[in-house]
Every structure is written in structure tokens, then in C-alpha cells.
Design a protein around this ligand. Structure first.
Ligand SMILES: *[C@@H]1O[C@H](CO)[C@@H](O)[C@H](O)[C@H]1NC(C)=O
Ligand SMILES: *[C@@H]1O[C@H](CO)[C@@H](O)[C@H](O)[C@H]1NC(C)=O
Length: 611
């Protein structure tokens, strides 16, 4: 929260007040006193009392007769002055304070019932643990129920392979329970400083640290943990989510949490019927220097709360596949080291041949032919450099070079392009493209798209291209991209509006493939096949990846190219395999066009006979 100078504070308070006629100075003085003694950001209050006193003496303050109005005016004044929305003044002549029950003092059987009602654990498919905690159990309660919690919850969870930790309904609990939970997901050493809590009325600062020993087994810090949050997740649960997220120990999935407070109190202003609600304690994370209070915990992956669990499960499925790739590479590198020890690389004479030998060995041992090692004296430029937008003069030439169209017998269109262009380029050449290419084939009865010589390019225009082969409504979910460098998932959809006329969703569409069809061309083909929008004719495709990261091997002149994006089917939610698209009709690439034409002719004949 920003610090205000006393004069600014006063000005804000008084501006609001004098604009609304009058109020009682004594009340404001009492209010200021309460803030000075209880507000958890005392540094923001420096000089406030003197300033208010001075203002009262200068006679600027008048009277407001309606008490509710006065409360509202004071709320606006104090919130504005201290920039804290939690501060409110209320007029409540019938207020009865409720004391929350002090949990640890409850009898043990009641405590057990409470825990049963607020903690649920399960083991899902693939040994995925599920823990739902609607209340963060405080230190003292946990100590009382120690062995019970250990046997029924923690030890069972510790045996799972990954965990979904559901805090979507966690709206209550105690901060003192946070260190245990964080410790469960950490190693005994080093100890981690997780929170600093300052309590203003006690004028005490307390540091929360992980614990050197806990009862029962730890989950440790290696296995995947996904925390689910909702906009209701509040208080101690936010401290848990915030800490594990910022320690990079968990991925959070769901909605931004409520943004509660460590401790808020409603305090009566002197003997009046006015109350002021004041945050009396504050939390600062030593990891971020900030807090989950007020602003909440933002999720790593944003999704509505009720879909969070499905998202988490598919995320875990993907993540369980990633180590496989990494492991394959590791195993491969072990094999490579053995080969090195056995002297099998002795014949290698330069980096070029070493790179190709390593690539061959890596692919063979990992079974993933997308892994590549290459040699480069200068640092390689990113494969995804900014595409060049053609100038007006270049457009016509570019379209000519890129697209080939034909009208085949039987009003069948044919479209071939050998490169997937970036969407910005497509937009730039759009009007010309529609005129020179699209307008000539859009009114055909069937269309053959030739991807046999298309080894890929940019993936940005795939959804636009797909959109032309569906109707405006409903929007179609084409596929989902998971980027493991950022841990983000993006659902790729058709666009609601496109320039020009659509081909629509009902006319026959054929895609021709070859063993050269790769990367973005492959994604387009697979999406259209997945959605039953096209018949694929030709050879199985390469099985490339949408995007690969380039990593330098130690400090050498060798680089490895490793796939870093995973595409998930919109239909099954499962990962698309990297083994290439299997055509509906297998044909040699050279014959694919005539095979497609024969199918079209046969369908046409059948239709006519049907009529
Ligand atoms: C709070 O405690 C510190 C010492 O721990 C002391 O310097 C400070 O004056 C105290 N503040 C108040 C308002 O009592
Ligand atoms: C596509 O067709 C197959 C087989 O006819 C069917 O099982 C599947 O549900 C269809 N998918 C869509 C998205 O219509």
C-alpha cells in the first residue's frame, strides 16, 4: 500500500468531509486514535493525529446530522486517504459482536468431526492424489489430532505420484497451519522463510518458517503439485497458494482468489454507535516482498473454478509425458557417454559429423525423431524471428510464388501452398489473396488442399485458415496448445468473423499429404481430420512439433533442438502423438491427387444414382 504524507492524508479526508457539510470532530479524533493503535500500516499514519487536530481547530469541520451518511462519508475519506478498501466506518446501533469459537478448546471428538467435514482426500486414476481442504487447520488443532491426520491424510498422500490440492472452497482457517503444509511439500533442509506477519495491536512481528521435522512422511519437492483456487478461496488458503506458487513448488489453476486479510477487526469508536473495521495484521512474503492480501493470488492457468479440476488432470497428464521426453534424452545421453567411453566417437573428425552422429544416436535411443543436435559457430538466430511484412509492390509477386490454384473437372477446386505464412503477413496480403486466389475456388463443389510439399512455417494463421471451412456459428474449438516454457495452455478456436466468403462446413474437402508434410501444415491437417472436416489422402506426415526450443550444449558450438510445445486434441483432450498424421486413404504422394479425384468422382456418381 502506498505511503501518504500526513498533509495529503488530511487533505483527502477533509476534502471529502467538507464537501458533505458537517460531522462531529470528536468522532474523527477517536477514529484517528483507533487507527494509530490498530492499523497494520502505522507508517502510513505518521502525523495524522496532529494534522486532524489542527484542522479541527481551524474550524473547517462542520456537522453532518444523518448518521448513515456520516458513516459513508467517513468510509470514503479514510479509504481514499489510506488507499485501503478494507477500512470501513459503519453506523450500527444494534451491533452485537460475535466471537468465533476458539477451535483448540473444543473437545476432541468435535475437532475430529470438524476435520472430517473440512478435509477430504482421495487417490484418483494414475495414482494422482486429491486433497480438498476447506479449512486450514491451525497448529494447535493439528498437534491434538497429530497421528489421526498423519494416518488418514498425510501418509496416504505421500505415496501418490502427483497431487491436486483443492483450495477452491477454502474460506476459513488459521495462518499457524501454513508452515506445516509448506513443509510437507519441501525438503527438511534448507529451511525456508515463508511469511512475515506483523500484528499492530501486539506490535509484534512473527516470521513463519518451514519446519525441520514434521510428523509423518513428506511429499518432498519433486512431485507435481497443482493447486486449485476460486474467487472464494480466502485467508490462510491464499497464504498457502501464494507461497507454493511463488516458491515455484506448485502450479495454480482456477480463478484469482478473494484477496482476504490476515486479521481484520471491527472496533467500536469510543462510546458511539459507530464502528470502524480495521486490518490489524499484515503479511509480507519474503519471496516477493508483497502479499496475497487484497489483491489475491492470480492463477498460473486461468479457468473458471468448476473446470479447474479437469484442467489440472489434463495438465498432469501432459506433465507426466514431459519427463519421458527428458528421460529419453537423458538415457540417450547415458548411452552416448558409454559410446564415448567405448571409443565409438573416435572416428569423428569435426563438429559437423559429431552433430549428425549425436542426432542419429539420440533419435535412435529416445525414439523421438524431433530431437536434433546441430553445429553452429555463431549463436543461431531464433527460428521464430519476426516475419517480414511485404510491401505493396511485393504482394502480387509473393502470392504468385506461394499459391497455386486450378479448377479441376467436375467443379473441383485445387489449392496448393508450400509454406504456412504468419498471420500478420496473411492480413497484409488479405485483400489481394481473396481476389487473386480465394475468389476463384470458393464457389467450387469440392476442394483439394495440397499439403504434400508444405513442411510448415508459422502456426499463427492455422486458426484463420481453418475458420474458412466452418460456419460463423458455432465457434469451433480446433485444438489446445500447451507451452512448457511458460506452463500456459491456450485453446485455439475458429474466428467469429473473417474477410470474404467462407467455404462453409458442408462441402467436401480433401487434404493431400506426404512424408514431407510437417509442423504447422501437419497441425492444420490433424485439426481438420480430428474434427471430421476433411478426408486426408496420401502418406503419413513427418510428425514434427509445432515449436522447438534451441538449447546450447554446455558452452560448446553444439546446439540441441528440443520440442517445447504440445498440442492437445479438442475432441479427446489427449496429446497429439508426434508420430505423424495417419491419412484416411493411404496413397503414394505422387498418386494422392488422382486418388482424391477418383473418390470425388465416385461420390458424385453415388449422389446422382441416389437422385
Ligand atoms: C513497537 O516495538 C518497537 C520495538 O520492537 C518499538 O521501537 C516501537 O516504538 C513500538 N511501536 C509502538 C507504536 O509501540
Ligand atoms: C468423427 O467421426 C467419427 C467416426 O465417424 C466419430 O466417432 C467422431 O465422434 C466424429 N467427431 C466429430 C468431432 O464429429
Amino acid at each position: 500500500m502506498a505511503q501518504h504524507t500526513p498533509s495529503l492524508l488530511l487533505m483527502l479526508l477533509l476534502c471529502t468531509l467538507s464537501a458533505n457539510a458537517s460531522f462531529q470532530p470528536a468522532l474523527v479524533l477517536e477514529m484517528a486514535k483507533i487507527l494509530l493503535e490498530n492499523y497494520c500500516f502505522p507508517e502510513n499514519l505518521v502525523g495524522m493525529q496532529e494534522a486532524i487536530q489542527q484542522a479541527i481547530h481551524s474550524g473547517e469541520i462542520l456537522q453532518i446530522s444523518d448518521k448513515k451518511t456520516l458513516a459513508a462519508v467517513l468510509t470514503v475519506g479514510v479509504q481514499g486517504a489510506l488507499n485501503d478498501p478494507r477500512l470501513t466506518v459503519s453506523y450500527e446501533p444494534n451491533f452485537v459482536p460475535v466471537m468465533p469459537p476458539v477451535l483448540p478448546s473444543l473437545p476432541k471428538d468435535q475437532l475430529i468431526r470438524l476435520v472430517r467435514n473440512s478435509v477430504k482426500m482421495d487417490v484418483l486414476e494414475n495414482n494422482v492424489g486429491y486433497l480438498r481442504m476447506d479449512r486450514i487447520i491451525g497448529e494447535e488443532t493439528a498437534a491434538k489430532l497429530g497421528s489421526l491426520l498423519r494416518d488418514n491424510i498425510w501418509d496416504k498422500l505421500a505415496r501418490t505420484s502427483s497431487l491436486i490440492f483443492d483450495l477452491r472452497y477454502s474460506t476459513a482457517g488459521e495462518l499457524s497451519g501454513v508452515p506445516f503444509i509448506i513443509s510437507f511439500f519441501a525438503d527438511p533442509e534448507p529451511l525456508i522463510h515463508i511469511d512475515t506477519v506483523y500484528d499492530r495491536p501486539l506490535n509484534k512481528t512473527r516470521e513463519l518458517w518451514t519446519m525441520p521435522s514434521i510428523i509423518g512422511e513428506r511429499y518432498g519437492k519433486k512431485k507435481d503439485v497443482i493447486i486449485l483456487t476460486s474467487k472464494r478461496t480466502m485467508g490462510a488458503a491464499e497464504a498457502v497458494a501464494y507461497t507454493l506458487k511463488n516458491l515455484k513448488r506448485a502450479i495454480t489453476v482456477g480463478e484469482r482468489s478473494a484477496g482476504g486479510s490476515v486479521k481484520v477487526q471491527k472496533i467500536r469508536i469510543a462510546k458511539s454507535e459507530f464502528y470502524i473495521t480495521v486490518p490489524v495484521a499484515r503479511s509480507v512474503s519474503p519471496i516477493t516482498g508483497q502479499s496475497w492480501e487484497v489483491s489475491g493470488v492470480s492463477p498460473t492457468i486461468n479457468t473458471v473454478a468448476k473446470e479447474a479440476i479437469a484442467k489440472a488432470r489434463s495438465l498432469l497428464a501432459i506433465r507426466s509425458a514431459i519427463p519421458k521426453v527428458v528421460q529419453m534424452a537423458l538415457q540417450a545421453s547415458k548411452v552416448l557417454l558409454t559410446k564415448w567411453a567405448d571409443g565409438l566417437y573416435r572416428s569423428v573428425v569435426d563438429f559437423e559429423s559429431l552433430a549428425s552422429q549425436l542426432t542419429a544416436d539420440l533419435q535412435e535411443t529416445s525414439g523421438d525423431h524431433r530431437l536434433h543436435v546441430f553445429h553452429c559457430d555463431v549463436e543461431p538466430e531464433s527460428l521464430h524471428e519476426i516475419p517480414k511484412i511485404p510491401t505493396a509492390e511485393e504482394v502480387g509477386y509473393m502470392i504468385d510464388a506461394l499459391f497455386k490454384i486450378e479448377l479441376l473437372p467436375g467443379n473441383v477446386g485445387y489449392l496448393r501452398f508450400d509454406m504456412m505464412v504468419d498471420i500478420e503477413v496473411v492480413r497484409a496480403i488479405g485483400p489481394q489473396l481473396l481476389k487473386l486466389v480465394w475468389s476463384k475456388i470458393v464457389n467450387t463443389d469440392a476442394l483439394i488442399i495440397d499439403m504434400r510439399y508444405n513442411s510448415g512455417g508459422y502456426s499463427t494463421a492455422i486458426p484463420l485458415l481453418c475458420t474458412y471451412f466452418f460456419d460463423a456459428k458455432p465457434l469451433i474449438h480446433l485444438y489446445t496448445v500447451f507451452d512448457r516454457t511458460t506452463d500456459t495452455m491456450t485453446e485455439v478456436m475458429t474466428f467469429p468473423n473473417v474477410r470474404g466468403q467462407r467455404y462453409g462446413s458442408s462441402k467436401d474437402l480433401f487434404i493431400l499429404t506426404s512424408h514431407m508434410t510437417g509442423s504447422a501444415a501437419e497441425v492444420f491437417t490433424r485439426a481438420m481430420k480430428d474434427l471430421n472436416r476433411s478426408t486426408v489422402v496420401g502418406e503419413p506426415t513427418i510428425g514434427g512439433s509445432l515449436s522447438s526450443g534451441t538449447y546450447q550444449i554446455r558452452d560448446s558450438v553444439l546446439y540441441a533442438s528440443i520440442p517445447n510445445q504440445v498440442v492437445l486434441s479438442a475432441i479427446t483432450g489427449k496429446m497429439w502423438s508426434f508420430s505423424g498424421v495417419e491419412p484416411h486413404v493411404i496413397a503414394q504422394a505422387n498418386d494422392a491427387l488422382s486418388v482424391a479425384q477418383r473418390i470425388i468422382a465416385a461420390r458424385l456418381l453415388k449422389k446422382e444414382q441416389g437422385n
